[in-house]
Design a protein around this ligand. Structure first.
Ligand code: OSB
Ligand code: MG
Length: 368
């Protein structure tokens, strides 16, 4: 397919809730939509980076510059047959995985549309429904945490994940465990702890959590392996895994036993699939992480969740949990904790141009 034109569109959006994690609070976000034109078709991708470098060094602004100055000029006008060829054209660009992934994802969408297949099928998926969990931010009180947990359990979410940080961990989780004795519960520290916080880890280990997500440094595997040996609860790696090679090394050294696959963090679907395959070969379950995506990113997350090894609920909750309005039709909402993966060609969602027009704050177009 000859890539004729690529459009970037930055959108200003407001989350329905204030989302607090160990690295900060977010509510007003800026997201980049990537639209790729080829053969009379359009493919869509979304940059998953946050607006602040708290989760990763990538941000909306770094992705904008990386796409505009380095990535798009290498792709517009090219005749590309596969996502692998697209990645090969970008091989000399080190890092900036979320920027690259948005374009790679749009190219997959294009290819699926050209083949008249839903994206999940092109990716090798095996199911069209997937159980989902919810990621719940740090609340103002234990009571608020328990109430939020109960409300989400009632909505049918299959797993609840709680953001924790030093000083906000064992007590709220114990209260939630008492209120919901049979619920699948997890915690996500976003790298807020050190190996010396052993007491907290041992107390968390008593709560029957499905896993403890990214307790230690964002760039660490060694200490995670030491910690995993001390715990019954599996460690799930998020920030520390950026590639299939990272996955192999992490699982080989037992730095964790579960992998959170984020399509943006690992440079797109092709690499996400390899991460999945490696995890499967180690017998490690994977699940699809979330980055507070709008409908385009959320749809990509649902399609990759169709692969066999995504055996745990994803952070692919209902769009209406996050947004008053979303940029795609139809709404990607779960019913009783199950998301249906769209079955139309490509992503299987349409862009709401009127809304995009209203919330766009910056645009850039490159033509061949
Ligand atoms: O660590 O999984 C994370 C959101 C932004 C950045 C990092 C993370 C998250 C979430 C929210 O946990 C997941 C979602 O509901 O989209
Ligand atoms: Mg995480």
């Amino acid at each position: 397919m000859k890539i004729e034109r690529i459009e970037l569109c930055e959108l200003s959006v407001r989350l329905r809730f204030r989302f607090e994690t160990s690295f900060g609070v977010e509510q007003d976000l800026r997201k980049i939509l990537v639209i790729v034109f080829a053969d009379g078709l359009e493919g869509y991708g979304e940059v998953t980076a946050g607006h602040f470098p708290g989760y990763s060094y990538e941000t909306t602004d770094t992705a904008w510059v990386a796409l505009r100055d380095y990535i798009l000029p290498r792709i517009v006008g090219e005749d590309l047959a596969t996502p692998a060829q697209l990645l090969e054209r970008l091989r000399m660009i080190r890092g900036h995985n979320m920027a690259v992934a948005a374009l790679e994802n749009a190219f997959w969408d294009l290819q699926a549309k050209a083949a008249n297949l839903p994206l999940w099928q092109l990716l090798g998926g095996v199911r069209t429904e997937h159980p989902v969990g919810a990621s719940l931010g740090i609340q103002k009180s234990i009571e608020a945490t328990v109430n939020l947990a109960k409300a989400h359990a009632e909505q049918g979410y299959r797993r609840l994940k709680f953001k924790i940080k030093p000083g906000w961990d064992v007590l709220p989780l114990r209260a939630v465990r008492e209120a919901l004795p049979d619920m699948n519960l997890t915690v996500d520290a976003n790298s807020a702890y050190r190996l010396t916080d052993t007491r907290t880890f041992h107390e968390l280990d008593e709560l029957g959590l499905d896993y403890i997500e990214q307790p230690l440094a964002f760039d660490d595997l060694v200490d995670h392996a030491v910690l995993q040996r001390l715990l019954q609860t599996p460690i799930c790696l998020d920030e520390s895994v950026h590639s299939p090679e990272d996955t192999r090394k992490a699982l080989a050294m037992d730095a964790g036993r579960v992998i959170n696959v984020k399509v943006g963090r690992v440079r797109g679907h092709l690499m996400a699939r390899r991460v999945h395959d490696i995890a499967l070969s180690f017998g490690a379950p994977v699940w699809c992480g979330g980055m507070l995506e709008l409908g385009v990113g959320r749809a990509h997350n649902l399609h990759i969740s169709s692969l066999e090894g995504f055996s745990l609920p994803g952070d692919t909750a209902s769009a209406s949990r996050y947004w008053e309005e979303d940029i795609v039709d139809p709404w990607l909402d779960a019913e009783d904790g199950i998301q249906r993966i769209p079955t139309g060609p490509g992503l299987g969602v349409e862009l709401r141009r009127d809304l995009i027009e209203r919330i766009a704050v910056r645009r850039h177009t490159v033509e061949s």
